[in-house]
Design a protein around this ligand. Structure first.
Ligand SMILES: NC(=O)c1ccc[n+]([C@@H]2O[C@H](COP(=O)([O-])OP(=O)(O)OC[C@H]3O[C@@H](n4cnc5c(N)ncnc54)[C@H](O)[C@@H]3O)[C@@H](O)[C@H]2O)c1
Length: 339
């Protein structure tokens, strides 16, 4: 079985991708320092897969540890999820974000080059587009100046990967620009586990419905959108996981060195209020929410043009917004049962 290293594999997107990798016949090997995840994720993976996923507890910026992991395993490919991702915190602690997000990639590339591992899928983000001038936003739309150190760290990592590829080193690399990942594994065994107060909409919704938060605030209803609230492209995390498998398989089939970027979204935008009302419908819960002022730094509207990933990778989102919200709610309820 082809071993695939997944850095940050105990996190939200990484853990779901581990499931899709096993289902596609790969053997995922996780490295995670559990800075933003819990060990219970590994038990959830075991319950879904019927076997343990190998996990090294450690930090990707620990060069000696990375050396040991690469020397002990014959990796066919790598998916690099490990990063800090809280936009707000990154504006307060920029060095923490630059150091973790950039150093982890540099050390990873150093080890991949040393051990002749060519294939890499990198977690980038639609945040690199800022508020795009045209919608839907395609990969050919110029990136805007980043709104936060987090967003800038993703831009810098994309540039590092492009330069690494251009240097002629043996490499086949895809950066996936995720739109807004939501949902959970349909079993409810794994899902998003935000530590502290969630900054993303859907975990805030489910925690409010579960009584863990008193009220949800919608940040602004005076944007230039049909109901005045912001628009995002919400992609089910299992669709996103599948895109990683498709990206890896695509890379394995390339004869030459390769670097490219793909959007991963549904191609549809939904307003915050639409998400709230859809959640109320699928969960049969009434949400306590109110309209507040705009949140600084929020982009008004963004959704993906997905033609490139549809045609190159043969990937298309299968899950609807209803599916995503039902699975998120199921996960929240399972968490409550666990206590
Ligand atoms: N969730 C989103 O909304 C979103 C959107 C676009 C891009 N991304 C990117 O996707 C990737 C995964 O995001 P996620 O939502 O699963 O985040 P997450 O925080 O749930 O997962 C990241 C995992 O990496 C681990 N980690 C962080 N730094 C590490 C290090 N130095 N060494 C080892 N482990 C480390 C954390 O403990 C965590 O388990 C990140 O790179 C993120 O920036 C996420």
């Amino acid at each position: 079985m082809k071993k695939i290293l997944i850095t940050g594999g105990a996190g939200y997107i990484g853990s779901h991708t581990a499931v899709s990798l096993v289902e596609a016949g790969f053997e995922p090997i996780i490295i995670d320092n559990f800075s933003n995840s819990e060990k219970s994720v590994l038990a959830g993976l075991k319950n879904i897969l019927g076997k343990e996923v190998v996990c090294y507890e450690g930090d990707c910026i620990d060069r000696d540890m990375m050396e040991r992991i690469f020397s002990e395993n014959d990796f066919k490919g790598v998916i690099h999820f490990a990063a800090f991702k809280a936009v707000g915190e990154s504006t307060q602690l920029p060095l923490k974000y630059y150091s973790n997000n950039i150093d982890s990639l540099l050390i990873l590339l150093e080890k991949m080059a040393k051990y002749g591992v060519k294939d890499l899928v990198f977690s980038s983000s639609c945040t690199v587009y800022g508020q795009p001038d045209e919608l839907p936003v395609s990969e050919y739309t110029p990136r805007k100046e980043a709104e936060s150190p987090y967003g800038n760290s993703k831009k810098i990592c994309e540039d590092i990967l492009r330069d690494y590829f251009k240097s002629g080193v043996n490499s086949r690399i895809i950066s996936l620009r995720y739109f807004n990942p939501v949902g959970a594994h349909p079993s409810g065994e794994i899902g998003e586990l935000p530590l502290g107060v969630p900054s993303n909409l859907v975990p805030f919704i489910t925690q409010t419905a579960a009584g863990l938060r008193e009220k949800l605030t919608v940040f602004g209803d005076d944007y230039d959108t049909p109901d005045g609230s912001c628009i995002r492209d919400y992609i089910h995390v299992m669709d996103l996981a599948d895109a990683h498998v498709k990206a890896l398989e695509f890379l394995f089939n390339q004869k030459d060195n390769f670097y490219d970027i793909f959007n991963v979204g549904t191609g549809n935008g939904n307003t915050v209020l639409e998400v709230i009302h859809t959640f109320e419908k699928v969960s049969k819960q009434k949400l306590n929410y109110s309209i507040g002022p705009r949140r600084p730094g929020d982009v008004e509207k963004v959704w993906a043009n997905t033609e490139k990933i549809n045609s190159y990778l043969g990937w298309k989102a299968k899950y609807s917004l209803e599916d995503s919200l039902r699975d998120s709610w199921n996960w929240q309820q399972k968490l409550r049962e666990r206590g």
